[in-house]
Design a protein around this ligand. Structure first.
Ligand SMILES: Cc1ncc(C[n+]2csc(CCOP(=O)(O)OP(=O)(O)O)c2C)c(N)n1
Ligand SMILES: [Mg+2]
Length: 703
């Protein structure tokens, strides 16, 4: 703390008086408040530079934020939001570091110029861990709660090193607490009695909407409905009250007494953001009302009341002003990001780069796909105490509605394999938090048709974290999703979702067609440090659907693993057919592999079947090679074709392999309709069938 010597001497003298908070802490808070205030002023004074990119400042919220930041320990975890600039100063970030992000500079320590001001991601010795989080209001509640869930899990398993009791601080604005996902987070936090502090900074505004317009009760009253959530109100504009309140709240959580919500009322003294200015929607009366509670004025008054000389406070302010000026110049003159770095860090490197183990060991029994998955998860849980498996109905004696997790809870205990509430957002988003604390979550969405409530977390939090944190926070997450249509499953238990998933960059999508691949790919998905969605066709699980017998395979050994992104040739065409120009490749996945197998029997030697196995990253080399070899390509999918992955792939092949093609790329999928109809004959009418595949193949071969 760079106070002047004179100031230090003064402090010494006044330290003889007893105050509820150490005077050094009070003075540090004052200086940091002056720093935050001067930063906000500087940004306003240099609008043409600083408002190039949108930003919010903490003006008005400094007291509560510094009280939080200054009490966080290096072993804690935090999820601050976009207004929490003073939390960042409180943990020891320097103004120039924050300014680097403001100006999107190369040395922005969080994202290297990729994301907005006060959107931290920090993994630095001596500082709390702050994983990346999105700008979507309230959406950090689930990943943050996932961190607390992960800590609780690791602690329960004796896997947390050291004797410190880490906590998670999840900071939220008042407006975002009404988001549905926040309720999912609160529910889980109380259900599992997690070590988390929810800090709600209530400035009574959500951009231009007032508290009165937005809600029937404030966050403190709202939290009363969550049995097991402790609650506290503090004056967020008063540093002493905020500090002492949070001290109690932190101690409550460190003593493992469950989650607590701290409601901090604070004024909003700055603009909502640089782009939405206060004078546009706030009347003079409101601005005057808020300015009465300026935290700096309050702290200054308090410091004087305990004997700190006005001159000393002036010195501290002077120092803050000088520091901000110096740091501003430094940040302004620092380098912009290297342009060539723009595409780095979509994914973190996976250690699984080659096929290993035995796919068909001697004496291996045949196994259905659902059991291959079960055995893979069992192997993982046995080997990795940090791994856990949760979702709807996967725990207890049922072990999944497809019995895909049968016996796991009995074998590994309810702490490791358990049912969640019906909360897809939590199921998906919590894995981000788990990953940040070192727990490894395998989760399940019960049916692909119900992935949509989890989609927000997948897109906003999971997919962008690695890229926007410049590789600091890849999210290890394995999401199993039973998918696909068969036998009258109907409109809400039959849908395909891969095309939607494949528009999301930053996640991997796997879709096995048989038991051996299921086992090898599931293992690779677990060891992949990135989010992986594993699509598992329900119609292939037991090979009961006519024509899917080959989904049942010999069971690979325990070490069997297949790198993601590698296609498999399921059936080769004969050299002769290839040479005579009579062959074609059917490029497909999931159920499509089995339709293709059935059809190929009528064209001996003429058909190659390529099972993609992983849809992202796709094995483009293998696809190109096969297309060039056969000059006729057929993309077969279970999805409606219009605007699908299959159409996109067909387009790509047409563009890049145009000169090698002897016919337009053929495509076949389901009818372009919003849902799979319930009646089995209607279902058949809309899905591809072996007969329909045959007609399309004929057309391709005879072109
Ligand atoms: C999911 C989502 N919806 C809308 C927005 C646009 N938005 C940004 S800030 C904001 C208001 C948030 O208010 P509050 O949580 O009270 O935080 P404050 O800015 O008042 O500190 C809104 C609606 C967003 N970022 N994310
Ligand atoms: Mg607000």
């Amino acid at each position: 703390m760079p106070t002047t010597e004179a100031a230090k001497a003064k402090t010494k003298k006044s330290n003889t008086e007893k105050t509820p908070i150490d005077k050094q802490i009070l003075l540090k808070a004052y200086q940091l408040m002056c720093t935050a205030k001067r930063m906000a002023e500087t940004y306003d004074e240099n609008k043409e530079v600083c408002s190039k990119y949108v930003h919010s400042t903490s003006r008005g919220h400094e007291a509560i934020q510094l009280a939080a930041g200054m009490q966080l320990k290096a072993y804690d975890f935090a999820a601050p939001y976009y207004r929490d600039e003073s939390i960042l100063l409180g943990i020891g970030m320097q103004p120039y570091e924050l300014m680097m992000q403001l100006m999107a500079k190369a040395d922005d320590p969080f994202s290297g110029g990729r994301t907005y001001y006060s959107h931290p991601s920090l993994n630095r010795d001596g500082f709390p861990i702050i994983p990346h989080q999105s700008s979507a209001t309230g959406m950090q509640a689930i990943p943050a709660t996932g961190m607390a869930h992960g800590l609780k899990y690791l602690e329960g398993q004796g896997l947390l090193e050291g004797k410190d009791k880490p906590l998670v601080l999840c900071s939220l604005g008042d407006g975002c607490v009404t988001e549905g996902e926040v309720s999912e987070a609160f529910q889980m936090a109380v259900l599992k009695q997690m070590p988390i502090v929810y800090l709600v900074q209530d400035n009574d505004w959500g951009i231009s909407a007032t508290g009165e317009e937005m809600r029937a009760m404030d966050a403190y009253d709202f939290a009363a409905g969550f049995t097991g959530m402790s609650r506290m109100r503090v004056d967020g504009s008063d540093f002493v009250d905020s500090y002492l309140g949070l001290k109690k709240a932190f101690a409550h959580v460190r003593d493992r007494k469950g989650p607590i919500l701290v409601h901090a009322k604070c004024p909003l003294l700055g603009h909502h953001t640089s782009g939405v200015r206060k004078e546009w929607y706030r009347g003079d009366e409101n601005l005057k009302l808020h300015s009465k509670d300026d935290p700096i004025v309050k702290l200054e008054k308090y410091l004087k009341s305990i004997g700190i000389a006005a001159k000393e406070l002036k010195e501290l302010n002077k120092h803050a002003v000088a520091l901000v000026a110096k740091d501003y110049e430094y940040a302004l003159n620092s380098d912009d990001p290297e342009l060539s770095s723009f595409d780095k860090h979509e994914f973190a490197d996976t250690p699984i780069i080659e096929e290993k183990g035995e796919r068909k060991p001697k004496g291996a029994e045949k196994v259905v796909m659902v059991d291959a998955a079960l055995h893979a998860v069992e192997d993982i849980l046995k080997k990795h105490p940090e791994a856990l498996f949760y979702g709807q109905d996967v725990g207890g004696t049922l072990g999944g509605v497809f019995r895909e997790a049968a016996t796991l809870a009995q074998k590994f205990g309810d702490e490791r394999v358990f049912n969640t509430p019906i909360q897809e957002a939590y199921i998906v988003g919590s894995t981000a938090g788990m990953s940040a604390v070192g727990a490894k979550a395998i989760v399940e969405i019960q049916f692909a048709d119900y992935i949509w409530p989890g989609m927000n977390q997948l897109v906003e939090e999971l997919s962008k974290s690695c890229y926007l944190s410049c590789g600091k926070f890849p999210i290890q997450s394995l999401i199993r999703v039973p998918i696909g249509a068969y036998g009258g499953g109907g409109p809400y238990h039959s849908g395909s979702v891969e095309s939607t998933l494949l528009t999301i960059r930053g996640i991997k999508v796997v879709y096995p067609s048989n038991a051996a691949d299921m086992k090898g790919l599931l293992k690779a998905a677990f060891y992949d440090p990135n989010p992986v969605v594993m699509l598992e066709h329900k119609g292939l699980y037991w090979s009961k659907v006519p024509g899917t017998g080959e989904a049942k395979t010999h069971e690979p050994d325990e070490n069997y693993i297949i790198p993601l992104g590698k296609a498999r040739i399921d059936l080769e065409a004969s050299e002769e057919a290839i040479e005579n120009g009579e062959s074609a490749v059917i490029i497909t996945y999931g159920m499509g592999v089995h339709w293709a197998k059935a059809v190929s029997k009528d064209y001996p030697g003429r058909i190659e079947i390529m099972d993609l196995r992983t849809l992202n990253p796709i094995d483009w080399d293998a696809i190109q090679n096969s297309v060039k070899k056969h000059s006729r390509a057929f993309i077969l999918t279970e999805e409606p074709l219009l605007n699908s992955f299959a159409e996109s792939l067909a387009g790509r092949i047409s563009k890049h392999c145009f000169e090698y093609l002897d016919a337009p790329v053929q495509t076949l999928g389901a009818a372009n309709l919003p849902a799979i109809a319930l009646n089995v004959d209607l279902e058949k009418q809309m899905l591809p069938t072996v007969d329909k595949v045959k007609v399309a193949l004929e057309e391709l071969l005879n072109y």
